[in-house]
Structures are given as C-alpha cells and as structure tokens.
Ligand binder design. Structure first.
Ligand SMILES: *Cc1c(COP(=O)(O)O)cnc(C)c1O
Length: 412
C-alpha cells in the first residue's frame, strides 16, 4: 500500500470537507492512530486531548477496557444476526434498560437503527404513519426550529434549519414549517401538524446556543394541548452531556419520541435508538399494511448493543452523573477566567459539559488549528470553538484544555 495520506488524498472523500483544500499538497492532515482516555495519538506519536469527544460521541474516554472487553466478547459470540423476524438477548436487555430511565408506561418501546439521522428519520416516519392509521390524515406537516440540525439524510435534513447546509434541498423531503421561538408557534395552523422536533436545552450545530430555561416544558404543554407529537432529538445531549442522563429530564418533559445515537455506545461503534410510547406503537397493530415497514441491515447489531450495555454499566458503577455538577462548575469557572483573558472572546455559552466559545469574526479556524499545537483537538463552527470533552475528563485535563485555548486565542 502507498502511505496512508497519499492513499487518502487519492481515494477518500471526507464529510463536511472542502476536498480541494484537504487534498492541497501543502495540507498535512492529522492521521489518528490510537486513543486512550481523553487522549488521541497521531501517526507521529503526538498526543491531543479530544476536546470534541470525536464529534460528540465519546463518553467514558477512548478504549475503555470494560467496553473493549464487551465488544470483543460479543464479536466472538455473535457478531451479527438479522433483527428482521429474529431477536437476540442483548437487544432485549438494552431496550429494557433504556426505557427504565423513564417512568413506567411512558416511553416503553425501542426501535433500533444505526445513527442520529436514522433515529430521527424513524421518529418522523412513525409520527406521520401513525396519523394515517388513526384517522388524522390531515396532520402531515412538521414544525422545526430555525438553525436546527437533525442529521443529513434527506428526511432528517428537511427538518434542518442550518441554511448553509440545507437550503438547496429545502423543497424536497418533508413539509416543514420553521419557527424561531415559542411565540412563532401562535402563527401556525396546529391542526395540520403531526410533530414538532427540537434539540432540547441546546442547539448543537447552531454554534452551541442554549434555549431559554423553561422553554422545553412550555413546548411540551403546547404540543400536548394541540395534539401534536413532540420529537426530542437527544443525539447530542443524551447520555450525561448536559448533567443529567437525558436533557429532557431537566424540565421533567417526556416526549412522544426520543432519538438517541452518538453517545449510546459510549462513542465506540454505531448504534441508535428511537424510544416511543404505547399510544404510537398501538397505531401500528392490526392489519398487515399497518406495520412499520422500515429497517436497516444492521438494526440492533449485537456488538453495538454489547457496547451500549457496557457504557450504561459504567454510568451506574462509577456514579458518573454524580460527578457531573462539580465538573460542570469547574468548567464554568475556567471558562469565565478564559473570557477575561482576551477581548477576542465575545461570548461563552455553556450547558452542562458542552461549551461554545464565540470568538471575534474570522478567528474560528485559525484558533482551532493553533489549539492543535498546544495539544487540544477540537472544531470550530464558524467562529465558535466547541469544547465538549468526554465526561470522564478530570479537572486537571479541563485546565489543560482551557489553557491550550487561552494560548491559541489572539491576544487583543
Ligand atoms: C449528530 C447529530 C445528528 C445526526 O447524527 P448522525 O449520527 O451524524 O447521523 C442528529 N441530531 C443531532 C442533534 C446531532 O448532533
């Protein structure tokens, strides 16, 4: 084989990447070869703190022995078996475990898929089809929020409000009305809406922007009153990132659909789940044509289920959530100090262990690249630097990261 970078530039195509820049002879891409705890190592042996949790997936650090062992054991026992017309014990156990985080008789059914986009896609299709089967054919539209991000498959993308990614596909996919805030809902015709979709507590791709406190509970009350389903996209916020297992728990909200992916396996292998209620599920019983004809080859992959169960066991065994308030408070204090160190830090936004550090216009990319030299890997969204480390990060490692950012931001 040719060396990996040459082969990459000759044959690979990266997501969300301008390939002309990537393949420029002057560009030397980082090749990541190993992970351990919060650290990633490149092909030259240099180590970096994974300040972006490998695009918001990693929870307990890289290559956690408990998860590695569970994956290895499952790979040697049953690698994959179809979930169409067959079951397997780990999917049963994982479904039971996932619904156990919610009160009895609320979210009680789990539909597995592969990634965040499909978890959302499943909820959208279920909501629509359930209307067709309960005499509510008029409810065909969705409500989504400006600047929302729900994934890149066409259906999920049609609920995406980030115009620079999605505007060219705007007329394809689902009929969606975009709103900016709760106030805008008053101008919708609720009788034709099947579901409202939101990233609870904080929008991720929209440069880490938290919603006003109480807004989620308000949205739940409004959707309930209008007979509209509430779909919560917790693909980013799920599994402890905001300080509670799920973001919706902070406003005591239970949605009709809960979409989970990224952190479900602790950030190791792809797996997603869409949780829903008996009311939705029951609409799919009855005649054959009422079934949910949807699925993927790797639905409920046993290795993914083993990884997810091992990750949830770590939450339990190590009381991960109990350690969050202290870490979140420490990060908050560090971010406040960071802000006072440079006039180029315009605003800091934080929700749990998720932070967006908004810089002066034009500084996003250069600061991201400078941070690499100081041992921190992260990404900028426009001019907002994301800091979203694995939950297992120590105070010392938080200090290291913030220090790397401080050294990377231009002094005024
Ligand atoms: C990442 C993300 C998705 C899409 O998940 P993929 O696994 O990349 O398809 C959907 N919604 C939110 C909120 C996300 O952060």
């Amino acid at each position: 084989m040719t060396d990996p970078i040459t082969a990459d530039k000759a044959h690979c195509w990266h997501p969300f990447t301008r390939q002309s820049e990537w393949c420029d002879p002057a560009h030397e891409p980082l090749m990541i070869v190993r992970g351990e705890g919060v650290w990633l190592f490149d092909s030259n042996g240099k180590k970096y703190l994974d300040g972006n949790s490998s695009i918001w997936t990693n929870i307990h650090g890289h290559c956690r022995p408990e998860i590695v062992e569970a994956i290895a054991k499952q790979a040697a026992t049953l690698d994959h078996s179809s979930y169409l017309g067959l079951g397997h014990p780990l999917a049963s156990e994982l479904a039971e475990k996932l619904v156990s985080y919610f009160p009895k008789n609320t979210l009680e059914r789990v539909f597995f898929s592969d990634n965040g986009s499909t978890a959302v896609e499943v909820a959208l299709k279920m909501s629509l089809q359930s209307r067709m089967q309960t005499g509510q054919e008029k409810r065909t539209r969705f409500i989504a929020f400006d600047n929302a991000y729900h994934g890149d498959t066409l259906g999920a993308a049609s609920l995406g409000g980030v115009n620079r990614f999605f505007s060219r596909f705007r007329n394809l996919g689902y009929d969606t009305q975009f709103v900016a805030s709760m106030d805008d809902l008053k101008s919708t015709d609720p009788t034709t809406v099947t579901a409202a979709v939101i990233e609870p507590l904080i929008q991720g791709v929209n440069e880490m922007r938290p919603w006003p406190k109480g807004m989620l509970a308000e949205l739940r009350a409004w959707t309930d009153a209008q007979g509209i389903h509430l779909i919560l996209d917790e693909v980013m916020t799920g599994f402890g990132r905001t300080g509670t297992m799920f973001a919706c728990q902070q406003e005591s909200v239970i949605p009709d659909f809960l979409c989970l992916a990224k952190g479900l396996t602790g950030g190791t292998v792809p797996l997603a789940a869409t949780l829903t209620t008996a009311e939705i599920y029951n609409a799919f019983l009855g005649p054959a044509e009422n079934a949910f004809y949807y699925g993927h080859s790797y639905t409920a992959n046993p290795i993914g289920c083993a990884a997810a169960l091992a990750s949830l066991k770590i939450f339990n065994d190590e009381k991960v959530l109990d350690q969050m308030p202290e870490k979140i408070a420490f990060l908050k204090q560090q971010l406040a100090e960071l802000k006072s160190s440079s006039a180029h830090i315009v605003e800091i936004r934080q929700c749990g262990l998720i932070a967006g550090i908004q810089l002066s216009p034009g500084l996003g990319l250069q600061t991201t690249l400078a941070a690499r030299h100081h041992g921190l890997l992260t990404r900028n969204i426009l001019d907002t630097l994301v800091f979203m480390p694995p939950l297992c990060i120590s105070q010392q490692e938080i200090e290291f990261s913030i220090d790397a950012i401080r050294k990377s931001v231009l002094k005024s």
